[in-house]
Ligand binder design. Structure first.
Ligand SMILES: Nc1ncnc2c1ncn2[C@@H]1O[C@H](COP(=O)(O)OP(=O)(O)O)[C@@H](O)[C@H]1O
Ligand SMILES: N[C@@H](CCC(=O)OP(=O)(O)O)C(=O)O
Length: 380
């Protein structure tokens, strides 16, 4: 199948999320196997050697848990049973990656709810950024004990897209047990043809996708296309490739894609600025002095405590706040790392005093420049 699609150039990337589905880690009904994971771990290692960063989103916990109980009566297939199997199989799944990765592996369990909740979103992002700085390999899975969305929907594809936006990745890679998106589910339609490039995910493209063809995979092509839509909206292209094919994995390291490329709908910066400009703001404001107003107006500075002269209204850590100058003119808006009570205590202080004033620190910036948009910039 793969041979029918010519190789294409992989978009340039520095930080990527790689999603690995259950099918690649566990054969139908069987336990975990390194068979395909090995080549994918090889891709991660060569990416690191090229100075790139990878976050892995890995499924396989339920399949691993089920295999562990093989000798015993299997629990049913209801959600609680699958949650129990996920809890049982999570550690072996992480252990598999640890046995293949050439660096320490960190387990990160997230739910969609965590990522909708602004404070937890910031905390998850800070943790993942720190893990990348520490040069370890984060392996993310949905926290199935407290969330059942994914066990129903195979939503690790969607989770991977959200994580890609969270860590500001410039590429989402989805490794599956099929080499491309086909014009119809190839398991049902022998006439289906592979599609190498999808510039826009139209309803016609969405209609091509069917469910999973296997007993261990859950989402099928539909959730992969949903993930590609989410990533595209965040300015991130997605590629789908056959994770069973070691040659394909190796080619990725050389910047060659055998698979399907889904374009992003704009560039990442535009997508992020658009989101920052239009996300609903809390009823809170931070007033800054002339120096800070000038620095922020330049579009490249973070808001540090020293430039803050006051606050108005209520806001919590993670809320969108408006930043105003001494004359109350709005100059920027952004996600605030501290709640209003903390900002009041930090106003006028040096960043290095944060720890002493509060007894803890979420970082030197009250609003980080990556989370800030200047309202006078073009397009405001
Ligand atoms: N249009 C399509 N193109 C390709 N694969 C499709 C399509 N529609 C449905 N599928 C099925 O989706 C499967 C991949 O999804 P899934 O089994 O959930 O894998 P994973 O474990 O990688 O998430 C393929 O093996 C294929 O049977
Ligand atoms: N959290 C579940 C993942 C379920 C899931 O999304 O599976 P898949 O469709 O194979 O990516 C597990 O680890 O088994």
């Amino acid at each position: 199948m793969a041979e029918s699609l010519p190789a294409q150039t992989l978009p340039r990337w520095r930080r990527a999320v790689l999603k690995v589905g259950s099918n690649l880690l566990a054969a139908d009904g069987g336990g975990l196997t390194a068979r395909h994971a090995q080549a994918l771990a090889g891709f991660v290692a060569s990416s690191h050697a090229q100075g790139r960063q990878v976050v892995l989103v890995s499924s396989g916990a339920v399949a691993a848990g089920r295999a562990l109980l093989r000798e015993r009566a299997l629990p049913g297939n209801d959600l609680a049973a699958r949650q129990a199997l996920a809890a049982l199989g999570q550690a072996p799944m992480i252990a598999l990656w640890q046995s293949l990765a050439q660096r320490p592996v960190a387990q990160v369990l997230l739910t969609h709810d965590d990522l909708r909740h602004r404070r937890r979103y910031l905390n998850a992002r800070a943790t993942l950024r720190e893990l990348l700085l520490l040069d370890v390999l984060p392996v993310v899975n949905e926290n199935d004990t407290v969330a059942v969305d994914e066990l129903k929907l195979g939503d690790n594809d969607n989770l991977a897209a959200i994580v890609a936006a969270l860590v500001d990745a410039d590429l989402l890679l989805i490794a599956s047990d099929i080499d491309a998106l086909y014009s119809a589910d190839p398991r049902r339609d022998p006439q289906a043809v592979p599609i190498g490039h999808v510039p826009v995910l139209t309803p016609e493209v969405m209609a091509m996708a069917g469910g999973s063809g296997s007993a261990v995979g859950t989402g099928g092509m539909h959730t992969k296309l949903e993930a590609a839509i989410k990533a595209a909206a965040a300015g991130i292209p997605t590629v789908l490739f056959d994770g069973r094919n070691a040659v394909t994995a190796q080619a990725l390291s050389d910047g060659q894609l055998h698979g399907t490329l889904f374009d992003a709908s704009g560039n990442r910066m535009q997508a992020r600025k658009y989101w920052l400009r239009h996300a609903p703001a809390a009823p809170g404001r931070i007033r800054v002095d002339d120096g800070a107003a000038r620095a922020l107006g330049g579009g490249r500075a973070s808001l540090l405590p020293g430039g803050i002269v006051g606050t108005e209204g209520e806001f919590h850590r993670g809320d969108m706040v408006e930043i105003v100058d001494a004359a109350q003119h709005p100059i920027a808006r952004g996600l605030c790392q501290y709640g209003v009570a903390e900002v009041r205590r930090l106003a006028g202080k040096h960043s290095r005093e944060i720890d002493a004033v509060l007894g803890y620190s979420y970082g030197a910036e009250v609003v980080h420049r990556d989370d800030l948009v200047v309202l006078t910039e073009a397009g405001a």
